[in-house]
Design a binder for this molecule. Structure first.
Ligand code: COA
Length: 353
């Protein structure tokens, strides 16, 4: 079944003045005003995993590029980890929580099935004016959340938006399954978007895509209306992540490369115009194969997978925060985030700093 392209590129636009309308009459751009990231304190190394399942540091390193990941403590929640990232992003952007118009959280491992983790964060941050909702797009969660938030800002509906990617995959991991338990880590990242007037910086374009037929390759069977929680679902480990790694690997490379090409085409930029490519950190081999397919130089691809593993919807925003704080992002740089995940979903966001 062919993939469904949900949405292609949102360029900042100039709107015509309308009587009584709140649409802006000038060009509005969603600017990244600040970012923050946080991971739980506990580090789990490949050597630690050797004691849990039949695996080895050599296999994990060679097949994935991962050396260690951070794992949440018992009782530590997605909102606990996200709070720290949000506070850092708000502090850097000099925005008070009460000034936020909207909070959008990309996650599939929120505090509870409902209410949304965005609402939990709204309360904990004291963002009393903000609307709040979660976006479910697997590991593409932050890209989807950022794209949705960008629409509100570019259309003049909201001026200040907090966008979060948070995942505690350790809470839905089958720790007896060596083919999945070595891959994931926990973490969160956040970005504050502000409306900028008549500037050529900010989000230049977004691209979102999905192919529901591929949902069978990466999913958690129970806990929803199809298989509500029962003794049987727990006994059969149906509340944990199931994955056909080989099937996901194959489409991941092609889809991430396609997302990069679409975004460049729609924004009129060339591959050489990209200062930095920040891909989803799921497997070093996937990252390398994508860069090779795009003929993009590996020294301009940001990789931190060895330290964190796959933090799902948090990988790209944790990486962007690290890249910025390491001085790798300069004024005027075009930086592209690109990811793929459960759904199947994939997409990208092109930002000029
Ligand atoms: C999961 C993944 C790392 C597996 O790597 P791979 O090279 O494809 O490995 P395979 O699945 O072909 O397995 C090769 C062998 O290694 C074994 N193996 C799997 N996990 C292992 C582990 N942790 N340690 C040691 N051996 C392992 C398999 O059992 C298999 O053994 P066999 O040949 O005796 O049957 C890789 O397919 C991948 O990264 N896929 C994408 C996953 C992903 O990105 N998921 C998140 C999406 S957001």
């Amino acid at each position: 079944m062919p993939p469904t392209i949900i949405k292609v590129v949102n360029k900042t636009s100039v709107r015509e003045p309308q009587m009584g309308s709140r649409w802006p009459t000038h060009r509005l751009s969603a600017i990244i005003a600040g970012t923050g990231a946080h991971v739980p304190a506990r580090v789990m190394t490949n050597a630690d995993l050797e004691k849990i399942v039949d695996t080895s540091d050599a296999w994990i390193t060679e097949r994935t590029g991962m050396k260690e990941r951070h794992i949440a403590a018992a009782g530590e929640t997605a909102s606990d980890v996200a709070m720290v990232a949000c506070e850092k992003a708000l502090a850097e952007s000099k925005v008070k929580a009460e000034e936020l118009d909207l909070i959008v959280v990309g996650t599939v491992t929120g505090d509870m099935p409902f209410p949304s983790t965005a609402c939990v964060l709204q309360e904990r941050l004291g963002a009393s004016r903000a609307a709040a909702f979660d976006v479910s797009a697997g590991c593409t969660g932050f890209i989807y959340a950022l794209s949705v938030a960008q629409q509100f800002v570019a259309n003049g509906v909201y001026r200040t938006v907090l966008v979060v990617g948070v995942e505690l995959m350790s809470k839905v991991t089958d720790w007896t399954d060596r083919s999945t338990c070595v891959l994931f880590g926990d973490g969160a990242g956040a970005a504050v978007l502000k409306a900028g007037k008549d500037t050529d910086t900010g989000i230049l374009g977004t691209y979102l895509a999905a192919n529901g037929h591929g949902g069978q390759h990466l999913y958690m069977p129970a806990g929803g209306s199809r298989h509500p929680a029962s003794v049987e679902t727990v006994q059969q480990r149906m509340h944990t992540c199931k994955m056909n790694g080989n099937a996901v690997f194959k489409v991941a490379v092609r889809n991430m490369a396609d997302a990069v090409k679409h975004l460049l085409q729609e924004t009129g930029l060339g591959i050489d115009d990209l200062a930095l490519l920040i891909p989803h950190q799921a497997n070093l081999r996937i990252i390398e194969a994508t860069a090779k397919l795009l003929k993009f130089p590996s020294e301009r691809v940001f990789v931190n997978i060895a330290k964190y593993g796959n933090t799902s919807s948090a990988t790209t925003i944790i990486a962007l925060d690290e890249a910025r704080k390491a001085g790798l992002v300069h004024p005027g740089d075009n930086v592209m985030l690109v990811a793929f995940g459960a759904g199947l979903t994939w997409g990208g966001v092109l930002i000029r700093f």
